[in-house]
Ligand binder design. Structure first.
Ligand code: PEP
Ligand code: MG
Length: 317
């Protein structure tokens, strides 16, 4: 006799669950790529650069100042290759460097980093990279080299944009090193500032293939809560309705324009938020390695519910 009683659901182990909404994975360290790919994720929705750079022990600016750009490019190629290879031919979105000034001070050459009152509102992300285009150029050269070696599954994602001019400028630098954004390489932005969310139409007009919600930052900037300040940590929540309102409008505009939408902040690993995002029509979700399986199940359940709802509506005429 089965002591647990009748079952309403059967879980078939080791059977891949298919979903229309892609479920991707975030990767911060190239060494973790293999394990991340074993989850069966549909690609990498966020490949962070910061940890690779920190592991080099030398500030990227120092490579440039010492006339060693080629060494920086080589190190980046080696690191990105591990991820691109583990996931090939699935897409890997390489996010260009987003280094707040306080995080790189311990590196060799990092002693010259400015001391800012609030690094989170300061010199980081694409704004910094456009001020120091040598580092951005080295990153683009690394991506170009890998593309030439056949790793055309690598796309580029720009962090912390707040105006389309930043997107335009970054594309210009990419073209200078021989990449052709949106022609032979997928090109996108992170939506991490309320400004980007509220004017997403302008970014679409400027030209993007995808957006990804960086909800860690989007939450701090929307709620005016420094994510590193313990005194206000209790007020920090991705579940504040303002966040979903911003995300909702971006998904709507992007879906109208055929631009892909994704999420790579922590909220992409939270089942209740993922459920809302799938209902809003997001095209992919990128989660932490240990959350991929759960997120996949949530996505499958919500998709099934939406299909049933639509089918019933159709049948009712
Ligand atoms: C985010 O802001 O949600 C994000 C994924 O980027 P990071 O956490 O690296 O700032
Ligand atoms: Mg961020």
């Amino acid at each position: 006799k089965d002591e647990t009683g009748p079952k309403t659901a059967t879980i078939v182990q080791n059977q891949p669950i298919l979903t229309v909404t892609e479920v991707k994975v975030n990767v911060s360290m190239p060494e973790a790529a293999q394990k991340a790919s074993e989850t069966g994720a549909d690609g990498v929705g966020l490949l962070r650069t910061e940890h690779m750079m920190l592991a080099l022990g030398v500030h990227p600016k120092k490579f440039i100042m010492d006339g060693k750009e080629d060494e920086l490019v080589k190190a980046l190629v080696e690191n990105i290759l591990k991820v691109a290879d583990a996931f090939y031919p699935k897409t890997v979105w390489y996010r260009t460097l987003d280094a707040p000034t306080d995080e790189f001070q311990s590196l060799e050459g990092g002693e010259n980093e400015p001391h800012e009152h609030n690094p989170m509102l300061g010199w980081r992300g694409i704004r910094r990279e456009l001020d120091e285009p040598e580092i951005l150029r080295a990153e683009f050269k690394a991506v170009k080299k890998l593309h030439e070696e056949g790793y055309t599954n690598i796309g580029v994602m720009l962090p912390l944009v707040q105006h389309p001019s930043e997107l335009r400028e970054a594309k210009k630098i990419a073209r200078e090193v021989g990449l052709r954004p949106q022609e032979n390489i997928e090109w996108g932005i992170m939506v991490e500032t309320p400004a980007a969310a509220l004017t997403i139409e302008d970014f679409i007009a400027e030209g993007i293939d995808f957006v990804s919600f960086g909800t860690n930052d989007l939450t701090q900037y929307t709620l005016a809560i420094d994510r590193n300040n313990e005194h206000v940590a209790g007020l920090y929540s991705e579940r504040h309705p303002a966040i979903m309102k911003l995300i909702g409008r971006v998904i709507k505009e992007c879906n109208k324009a055929g631009v892909k939408t994704s999420i790579c902040g922590q909220a992409g690993s939270m089942p209740d938020i993922v459920e809302q995002l799938v209902e809003l029509g997001i095209t992919s979700v990128s989660a932490n390695t240990d959350a991929v399986a759960t997120v996949r199940e949530v996505v499958a359940r919500v998709e099934k519910k939406l299909v049933l709802k639509a089918a019933r509506k159709m049948m009712q005429g």
